[in-house]
Design a protein around this ligand. Sequence first.
Ligand SMILES: Nc1ncnc2c1ncn2[C@@H]1O[C@H](COP(=O)(O)OP(=O)(O)OP(=O)(O)O)[C@@H](O)[C@H]1O
Length: 240
Amino acid sequence: MAKAVLKVEDVRKEFVLGSHRQTVLKGVNIEVLSGEFVALAGPSGSGKSTLLNLIGCLDVPDGGSIEIDGVEVGRLSAKEQARIRREKIGFVFQNFNLLPVLTAAENVEYPLTLLKVSAAERKERVRKALDVVGLTEHMHKRPTEMSGGQQQRVAIARALVTEPTVILADEPTSHLDQENSEIVVRLMQRLSREEGVTFLFTTHDPGVMAEASRVIRLRDGLIDAGAASEAAAASAVDGN
Ligand SMILES: Nc1ncnc2c1ncn2[C@@H]1O[C@H](COP(=O)(O)OP(=O)(O)OP(=O)(O)O)[C@@H](O)[C@H]1O
């Protein structure tokens, strides 16, 4: 039985804009097991990015707890949050967010430099990460010299290279055409199945959701219990 690497319990978040107070997350509970490939779905404005930002230590919850690899991250100082982000979390963004002046290899190497990994080990880990995403021959190219799909694969290699507990991906395929979207989703799925990498990603695309090992749905600030029980019933039937 795989262990839970992410536990979100009764998480609440509200935003105040002037006199308007909006409760976006009203007590969210989710658990993600090591090696799972989990989609977070829900209508626009349902709080998917807000939840991902809390899990990614980019914001703090107003209540509840978030545990990553057994560490409670919801009430850490900004400095401690930054350390958790560097050591335990990989990020993939919809617009790739590669540094334009760096080559593919240098982009992938960057987070290892922040972790003070030795030059020899950096070289080996970058080589392996680019190999796993199938971009060895493009390692010296800059982002502008690569397609969107190739750039997103570099971003996945950059997220992978630190061997994080979980990779969080916010709409990783929404800026890609159908063909590249499929390539990127299949790549993430393969990394989950073959390398045991854990992914939690948001998406609006039913085709992408269909590839997930599990779909968690947010609605009105809560996990959609109907969808959760449907998923439990489906996994009981197919034995996953
Ligand atoms: N920093 C903020 N300040 C104020 N309101 C915010 C902030 N961030 C998000 N919100 C509000 O919280 C709600 C949820 O936003 P969020 O981006 O999490 O939704 P989402 O499900 O990711 O939407 P989409 O699918 O359109 O990306 C929205 O109503 C949004 O306006």
